[in-house]
Design a protein around this ligand. Structure first.
Ligand code: NAD
Length: 233
């Protein structure tokens, strides 16, 4: 089986009713990004951060995987598939994808604030709220298991390894504006075929790719049609 890597961003979940943030002038669900997605924001106002991620958890509990998530999961029967997602939601899992790398963490998980993202201590809380005063067994405040601006991205090396081995790379619903995730496309082999699904035209200097300029669900149908017609895949 060929190796397929799907690099997904907020746009893949847009049809599930979850907003992207580049489309809303740098606001994430009406909050300035630096207030709710940076490590400085956590030190400035942890209560606001906790409330923001409590809201995201409730929103994701109500959302359903859309056709794009489902079609990506279905590709696992034909390809050795790795989903590298920048999303913190769990819609790829709920659609049935098995091999997922969450580059920016998972909203349904928390960890003590003194513990790094790649250390032990991560707790699966499902859709529960976390507030100031909610601590681990050692009395350390719990924080969302999210990679914020200003923090390391420990899953990058696993993602790079997957992309280096890809025969096909599909980028879907990502503005490719958030680094280091955006740089992943440059780790592909020369013979890797790169496709990009996004309703807006995307330009990447020095990269040869085919853009399918559609929303995620329609784009996935067209992508699968291309795969079907090409006997090399
Ligand atoms: P982004 O907001 O920067 O870019 C989203 C891209 O999706 C844009 O290029 C936009 O044109 C495209 N898009 C919009 N609607 C679409 C649709 N229906 N189908 C396909 N594409 C569509 O998102 P990003 O590149 O993922 O980077 C933003 C960061 O914000 C990520 O790190 C992510 O962790 C975080 N975020 C996550 C979620 C989530 O978990 N669902 C939601 C918002 C933001």
């Amino acid at each position: 089986m060929k190796n397929l890597v799907v690099l997904s961003g907020a746009g893949v979940s847009a049809e599930s009713g979850i907003k992207t943030f580049r489309d809303s002038d740098g606001l994430w669900e009406n909050y300035p990004v630096e207030e709710v997605a940076s490590i400085e924001g956590w030190y400035r106002n942890s209560a606001l951060m906790l409330q923001f991620y409590n809201e995201r958890r409730r929103q994701i509990a109500q959302a359903e995987p859309n056709l794009a998530h489902k079609k990506i999961a279905a590709l696992e029967s034909c390809f050795n598939t790795t989903v590298v997602t920048q999303n913190i939601d769990n819609l790829h899992e709920r659609a049935g994808s098995k091999n997922i790398i969450h580059l920016h963490g998972e909203v349904t998980k928390v960890r003590p604030e003194n513990c790094r993202a790649d250390e032990e201590g991560v707790i699966d809380i499902g859709y529960r709220d976390i507030n100031i005063g909610d601590c681990d067994k050692n009395g350390v405040q719990l924080r969302p298991h999210i990679v914020w601006f200003g923090e390391e991205v420990p899953m990058m090396s696993a993602a790079i390894q997957a992309v280096e081995q890809a025969d096909i790379l599909l980028v879907i619903g990502s503005s490719l504006a958030v680094y280091p995730a955006a740089g992943l496309v440059h780790y592909t082999r020369k013979d890797c075929k790169i496709f990009l699904i996004d309703p807006k035209p995307i330009h990447i200097a020095g990269l040869n790719f085919t853009q399918i300029q559609e929303v995620a669900s329609v784009g996935m149908e067209k992508f699968i049609e291309i795969l079907r017609k090409n006997e090399n895949f």
